[in-house]
Write a protein that binds this ligand. Structure first.
Ligand SMILES: [Zn+2]
Length: 483
């Protein structure tokens, strides 16, 4: 008998252990999808497995719940594959080496995939149990962790439920009620170059905190690309220089921590440059004195050289753009229930200078779609006004807050009855599958909750056993109330 059989709820943990034995990283979901579909077959439940490996199972209502409206239970079956540098784990074929100690379940050397394997275990354990529930529709999606591809491809005409419980949250005691939608923007300015000579200087900005552009945008950390734009503007007021190359950031959804710019400057002005850069560094350090303790701006003299540099008028446009694009938090929620939540933001995450064009890429987010599109239009106007072009990519919808959600009211009262305290109700400034579900099923009532998981997406991921137990109780009690 497995060691996990000693844990309660027994079937939830036994099924979770079975899931961990099946490799199920994003993009590798054939086996896990077949396992879930096989489960439904064994229970003689109606089941559809689509081309993207999403699985949709329907279960009839328990006795006494026949007249109730159906409920959609949802979680994703894929997991993030991260391991320690010493680990020899092969995510394509090896079962996870899971164990538990005290209150934690973990996997040796790798991610655990409780995000979101625990949701799969909950739903399957519920389907084979005799706990009372309304008619159930259960959606197990694929590739959530790599752009929510499964849920985006799923045919929602199969779904009749307009009450949805998403089980992909990781903070016990928190009920999520909204999420931001988003898109990626690309601003391009065409360039021309010519040959020039002078002292070649490399200017470097580094040591910034960075962070995820969704949930960390309200830390107001410095954006290396925007800081570089300001530095170039500051220098251009004092001296003439010529840009050779310019780059910063790695991903549109990460706040960039580094940027650098290669320039040519005359020998007579090159000595002064170091002083000006030091002066600018002091100004920026002062502005960010609370949060950017390790910010550094410095330059390296690479000696005299001849280079292809930007034509002056075009260089001006690049500096203009870097100093006029909005960046960071644009708007906060002001309604009582969502106070403190970022409503609209953008992050310029990538800057690159190619032979004949300058490119900036941003991640835009908003919990209100119209604000997202208005912000996108602002960027379009700006770049087009200087002869550039604009593109929008990967648009995904928001899950908008429903102030009068009956599902939230029921869940809140069930929670209060069980734990004698109020749950935290909040939105999240990042994308969730709930946004896609909301967009496809609206008008629809959605809540999201889950057990305490720490260190998700890292080899330190842990699932709290007692929290998983309580969340199971909460789910069962909620379903009992959804007559
Ligand atoms: Zn997840």
């Amino acid at each position: 008998m497995s060691k996990f059989s000693s844990l309660e709820p027994k079937r939830v943990f036994e099924i979770f252990e079975e899931i961990c034995a099946i490799p199920h990283g994003s993009g590798n979901t054939d086996a896990i999808s077949a396992y879930i579909a096989g489960f439904a077959e064994r229970l003689s439940l109606s089941c559809i497995r689509d081309e993207d490996n999403n699985v949709f199972i329907k279960a009839p209502a328990s006795r006494g719940f026949e007249a109730s409206a159906p409920v959609l239970l949802q979680g994703h079956m894929d997991m993030v594959c991260e391991k320690n540098s010493q680990s020899r784990h092969d995510f394509k074929k090896d079962p996870l080496d899971i164990d538990f100690m005290d209150d934690d379940i973990f996997a040796r050397g790798t991610t655990l995939g409780a995000d979101d394997g625990i949701a799969v275990a909950y739903i399957l354990a519920l389907l084979e149990s005799d706990h009372p529930h309304p008619p159930l529709e259960c959606l197990f999606t694929t590739d959530e962790e790599v752009g929510m591809e499964g849920v985006k491809a799923f045919d929602f005409s199969k779904v009749s439920a307009r009450r949805v419980i998403n089980l992909d949250s990781e903070d016990e005691g928190v009920i999520y009620v909204s999420c931001a939608g988003g898109m990626r923007s690309k601003l391009t300015v065409p360039l021309k170059r010519y040959e020039n000579s002078g002292v070649h200087i490399n200017i470097i900005i580094s040591g910034l905190n960075g962070g995820h552009s969704g949930d960390m945008i309200d830390r107001y950390n410095a954006n290396a690309i925007i800081v570089m734009g300001r530095l170039l503007h500051f220098l251009s007021k004092q001296h003439k220089f010529h840009i050779i190359s310019l780059q910063g950031g790695l991903m549109d959804n990460a706040i960039p921590r580094e940027a650098n710019c290669h320039i040519l400057i005359s020998r007579s002005n090159s000595g002064d440059l170091e002083k000006l850069i030091a002066e600018f560094e002091k100004t920026i350090k002062n502005e960010f004195s609370a949060n950017e303790k390790n910010l550094m701006i410095y330059c390296e003299n690479m000696g005299e050289s001849t280079e292809q540099v930007l034509k002056p008028r075009l260089q001006e446009r690049v500096i203009f753009l870097l100093n006029t694009v909005p960046d960071g938090v644009q708007n906060m929620c002001v309604d009582e229930k969502q106070k403190g939540l970022v409503k609209t933001s953008l992050n310029f995450g990538i800057m690159r200078l190619k032979e004949e064009k300058f490119e900036l890429e941003a991640a835009l987010r908003s919990s209100v779609s119209s604000e997202k599109y208005a912000l996108s239009d602002k960027l379009r106007y700006l770049v087009e006004s200087i002869g550039g072009s604009y593109g929008e990519y990967g648009d995904y919808p928001a899950w908008e807050f429903n102030e009068t959600s009956p599902l939230l009211n029921t869940l809140t009262s069930v929670y209060e009855k069980l734990y004698k305290k109020e749950p935290v109700v909040k939105g999240i400034h990042a994308g969730l599958e709930c946004g896609v579900i909301y967009h496809n099923l609206k008008p629809v009532d959605i809540v999201s909750f889950g057990p305490e998981i720490t260190g998700a997406h890292t080899p330190k991921e842990k699932l709290s056993i007692s929290s998983a137990q309580r969340t199971w109780e909460l789910l069962l009690s909620l379903l009992e109330e959804l007559k």
